[in-house]
Write a protein that binds this ligand. Structure first.
Ligand code: SF4
Length: 394
């Protein structure tokens, strides 16, 4: 591992992940090679890690598939079991323990699944599960009820009926390609899916939810970007969890996407001993923002099966948020949110700065202790804009 001063992140140090001595640069920088040579067995992992006895035992009967790209494996510390990246990618015997709360489908997605490949929870958007395959199976994955089940791309008949479902639901404005990771599809397949969805008149935009810029940034090659930009608007929903994941290769991938007009948002998940500290969140957010990625959410980890040891408390997350509030720019500050287990939707959190209320006056003490009051005009003064009806169907 080499440390360099990156062009893309100013003076901050980022990693350039070099290949192991027996792998050529051309292979290392090939997404196909990374995919084909992914680590899946104990033997594969033993080449990259010095595994403890406990870690070796975790390979005996994992409940969730194990798979990691060589690139992402190289980002983790070879020896230290407490390394943050190692906690994300290596199975743990703690996955077999149930201490607090464990659900196979924590977001209640199966009850909002009108079609095998569609999750439709909100009125104007839905998730289209185009594949169950990921390059890396993150140990905290919230969709273990679907991912890594070896179904890969949808059957032809299911694909057609999924498109018909979107066509028949005129309120759908956004389609979120998800899975699994949509960027594990071939370029041609991905372009075809996008073209088919954009033939549906009421769809305004497509989002691609992907972890590829983190775990295999070489996937963001020019051919992919040139093909995708013909279909704008396409939003990228990324999933960086730790500042170390922003390597030079990732930075180059994000720069290519930004230069070609793709808006990018990051959704981080709080993970125990990985990123649940204001210093880590700040470092990640600032790196991403500089690379034109908006830090969008910091999620409470869902109580997916085998994740008790990876989850943090809501109190811990609130402390991290409060420590950053006001000190980190609004652009760099992700929204703290929790999904109500069972499918209740999102709950957003903000620090409460209101001290009390008297009549129409509300009193506040801000993040650095300065106090002030806000006096609301009378309810009789509140007007409804005259052109509301003009925009009702927009
Ligand atoms: S990339 Fe996403 S869907 Fe795939 S295992 Fe990780 S969290 Fe789950």
């Amino acid at each position: 591992m080499i440390y360099i001063d990156a062009v893309f992140t100013g003076k901050r140090t980022v990693y350039l992940l070099e290949p192991p001595p027996d792998v050529g640069l051309q292979d290392w920088n090939s997404w196909a090679w990374q995919s084909k040579n992914s680590l899946r067995t104990l033997e594969d992992f033993s080449k990259y890690f010095e595994l403890s006895d406990e870690e070796i035992r975790a390979f005996s009967s994992p409940q969730f598939k194990i798979q990691v790209t060589p690139y992402y494996a190289k980002l983790a510390d070879k020896k230290n079991p407490q390394d943050p990246i190692r906690k994300i990618l290596l199975p743990s015997i703690k996955e077999y323990q149930s201490d607090f709360q464990q659900m196979l489908d924590p977001l209640g997605e199966n009850q909002n699944r009108p079609h095998p490949r569609i999750i439709h929870r909100y009125p104007d958007r839905l998730l289209f599960l185009v594949t169950d395959y990921c390059s890396v199976y993150c140990r905290y994955c919230t969709r273990k009820h679907f991912t890594a089940k070896d179904q890969v791309f949808i059957k032809k008949s299911e694909y057609q009926t999924a498109l018909e479902y979107i066509e028949n639901n005129k309120n759908i404005r956004e389609v979120i390609l998800s899975g699994g990771d949509p960027l594990t599809l071939s370029n041609n397949k991905l372009f075809q899916v996008i073209e088919d969805i954009y033939k549906i008149k009421h769809v305004d935009l497509i989002r691609i939810g992907t972890r590829m810029p983190v775990v295999a940034p070489m996937r963001i090659e020019r051919e992919l970007v040139e093909g995708l930009k013909k279909f704008h608007p396409i939003y990228f929903m990324l999933h960086f969890n730790h500042p170390r994941e922003v390597t030079q290769q990732s930075a180059e991938a994000l720069t290519l996407l930004a230069d070609n007009g793709f808006p990018m948002f990051n959704q981080m998940v709080f993970l125990n001993g990985v990123n649940n500290h204001p210093v880590i969140v700040k470092a990640l957010s600032r790196r991403l923002l500089k690379l034109r990625v908006k830090p969008y959410y910091m999620f409470q980890c869902d109580p997916s099966e085998g994740t008790d040891h990876l989850r943090t408390s809501v109190e811990n997350s609130l402390e991290v948020q409060k420590a950053l509030w006001g000190k980190l720019s609004g652009l760099a500050m992700p929204n703290l949110s929790l999904d109500i287990p069972g499918g209740g939707g999102k709950v957003g959190f903000v620090p409460n700065f209101e001290t009390h209320q008297e009549g129409r006056t509300r009193y506040y003490r801000g993040w650095d202790g300065i106090e002030g009051e806000y006096i609301s005009p009378s309810e009789n003064n509140i007007l409804i804009p005259i052109d509301v009806d003009q925009y009702r169907d927009s």
